[in-house]
Design a protein around this ligand. Structure first.
Ligand SMILES: C[S@@+](CC[C@H](N)C(=O)[O-])C[C@H]1O[C@@H](n2cnc3c(N)ncnc32)[C@H](O)[C@@H]1O
Length: 221
């Protein structure tokens, strides 16, 4: 699976994608993450990618031309590709979307900044607009990290133990109703911290009872 991220702040991604599970998956070449500086496709010597909004108003807006050129350079007709624009007013991203998007060969993601992106990008270039929650961030870089991370976990080989995927929260999502299970609560040593005890059933060694307790506890969650 390959991710292409368009941003004006490529360095933001170095730390997060350079650690832990995602880094190992990159090293093993199970996933590829290419971060591109959108300014590479700017048309002038000042590398301008934004301009003032038509009709007036505060702030600057990302221009369509550099994004169009970047997409043209990155698209490969042979690969099943989806173009995502991050936007606070997009569709809220859920675990159901991670499963849907994990089926593509390549995801190209556009991270907006300032007042946002010329609406023609959403209308004519992007396949979908994704929001990661009902709040406004400074840019699309954190959404891109969240989306790459959550989809990568579903790519075979990225997580060592794929069994844990089925047991995770939202793992058994009913695609028709959208109803999903939450994962059961976890505990680890010590058995008692202050006066707070681990549920005794988890110490019983009785696997059937533990399974039953976990199912009930997950439902309560
Ligand atoms: C400051 S925001 C623009 C907000 C825009 N003026 C509005 O009111 O919806 C700049 C960029 O951050 C990204 N962004 C902000 N909040 C987001 C969210 N909740 N989900 C996804 N992307 C978001 C988008 O790419 C957006 O273009």
């Amino acid at each position: 699976m390959r991710f292409d991220i368009l941003t004006i702040f490529p360095a933001i991604f170095d730390s997060y994608f350079g650690e832990s599970i995602i880094n190992r998956a990159r090293e093993k070449k199970i996933i590829r993450i290419n971060v591109h500086d959108l300014r590479r496709w700017a048309g002038d010597k000042h590398k301008t990618v934004d301009d003032t909004p038509y009709g007036g108003g505060a702030g600057m807006v990302f221009k369509i031309e550099p994004i169009f050129k970047a997409l043209k350079a990155l698209k490969d007709a042979k690969k099943k590709t989806r173009i995502i624009l991050f936007s606070a007013k997009g569709k809220i991203f859920t675990q159901k979307d991670t499963r849907r998007l994990a089926k593509y060969d390549r995801l190209i993601m556009i991270c907006g900044r300032y007042e946002g992106v010329d609406e023609r990008v959403a209308g004519h270039l992007a396949d979908e607009e994704i929001s990661i929650g009902e709040y406004v961030l400074t840019g699309g870089e954190i959404p891109a990290m969240a989306v790459v991370d959550s989809i990568s976990r579903l790519v075979p080989g990225v997580l060592g133990n794929s069994q844990s995927l089925n047991e995770e929260s939202f793992g058994n999502c009913d695609l028709k109703t959208g109803n999903s299970d939450m994962e059961y609560p976890h505990y680890t040593k010590p058995e008692i911290f202050k006066k707070w005890k681990v549920p005794p059933v988890l110490l019983s060694g009785h696997h059937k009872k533990i399974e039953k307790w976990r199912k009930k506890a997950a439902k309560r969650k």
